[in-house]
Design a protein around this ligand. Sequence first.
Ligand code: NAD
Ligand code: UDX
Length: 471
Amino acid sequence: MPEHMSICVIGSGYVGLVAAACFADMGHKVVCVDNDEVRVKQLCEGGVPIFEEHLPELLAKHAGTNVVFTSRLADAVEQSEAVFIAVGTPQGDGGAADLSYVEAVVAEIARAIKSYKVIVEKSTVPVYTNDWIRRVLHRHGVDQDLFDVVSNPEFLREGTAVTDFLHPDRIVVGARNEQSAEILRRVYQPLTGGAYYAQPGAVPGTCGMGRPAKLLVTSTQSAEIIKHASNAFLAMKISFINAVANLAEAVDADIEDIAAGIGLDSRIGPKFLRAGLGYGGSCFPKDVAAFHWVAQERGVNLQLLEEVRKINDTQREVFFNKVRSALWTLRGKRLAALGLAFKGDTDDIRESPAIAIVKQLLQAGAIVTAYDPAAMERAKETLPPAANLKYAEDLYEAAKDADAALILTDWKEFAQIDLARLNRALRFPIVIDGRNLFKPREMQSHGFTYVSVGRQASYQAQEGKPRESPV
Ligand code: NAD
Ligand code: UDX
């Protein structure tokens, strides 16, 4: 039987809440702490503050039993063997990560420690943060024998966070000694031993009894760099394919065929080769910047990452120019913006390319009706109210009488659009697709002028619709 441990998770955001719910599903006793009282109240009352597949079910199953929510950090630390820090590490000045939330939490932990704890750095942080956490604990007078600090970066993606957490490609543990590494091995034992996957009601995924999760123990610096380097590499893959997409378009080639052809090389692989509006979200932009900053600090040339960022920024401009060239002038044009989230299957709009494009369209005087299956509430909090911005209840309402529909987020719902109905709803049958959700030939056969990324635009000879005869 796997051993059940007492765990504290500090931060109940996309990482902390998912980790807390998943640890609970693995059989551990979890206290999840947040200093946002409103969020804690919502969680205590059974609410789910983020849109994430499987999360509502896991919370319904374990809240109040295997996982409880509180704002009292000291009590939570006291009753736990392992304390996971999962607070935000946003971009700070000059690209460096802002570690002030981590430091504040560490200072609070220092005041609460009375017996040995392993403090686990789960937030994404630059190399040597583990050392800084130890230093802060010492400065607050905590005895060296009362703690170890372990780095355990998180690789989950939003939208598939629960599955990624429970079926990870790898679990990385950066530890300074065997004692603390062993505690982390015990935490993840239900996944690495495979017992979790045999459990009735386990969340299904790629791992199983015969194919359990792998755990890699490294030094603390290596673990910290593994996280930054993984995100930077994936961002680089996206910028690479976007740069190639622009070339493909210039020479009448097709980026979807090219990505398929490249991706079939097993050394490259097909994932993260989707051309589009560029990467957004709360991780890639800030982590690419932070990793570059770390390298610069150490006098190491990672200028490559500056190019990755520049290509990414350019990609939004490229798309905006496509809108302009398809529609000529933008002032007064009615546009349906389909998607606001930074990618499909999430309500997160942090660093969303879709939001950036909507802002640009509004500035250019376009009249935008936006629709997103999950992110509209968050968008309303972020986008300033404007006379030329409305929100629709569904995508066909957004498209009604619009001069064109713009696809800004890769929601499955958009890929399954009823094209005939979309065509009827639009004033002109023009689709400008920043996510390559459709095949140009299919769009052409449905009578659309179709502009996408890295492929030739297909224009209808006659874009107008027959006028309705007067009654
Ligand atoms: P988030 O902003 O969604 O959540 C952070 C939470 O921490 C918030 O609820 C906030 O109220 C809470 N918090 C802040 N200060 C606190 C304090 N002093 N005490 C208690 N709670 C406090 O952030 P997130 O997206 O979950 O990211 C957390 C970390 O994980 C970041 O370092 C991020 O880079 C990393 N990460 C994120 C993802 C992702 O997909 N979002 C994936 C992997 C790693
Ligand atoms: C990312 C990492 O994948 C994850 O391992 C890490 O823990 C957190 O950061 P996330 O930000 O949730 O996860 O989303 P991801 O699926 O990686 O997409 C990031 C951005 O890249 C999105 O804007 C997405 O639309 C874009 N993207 C992704 C592409 O443009 N093309 C692709 O092929 C893949």
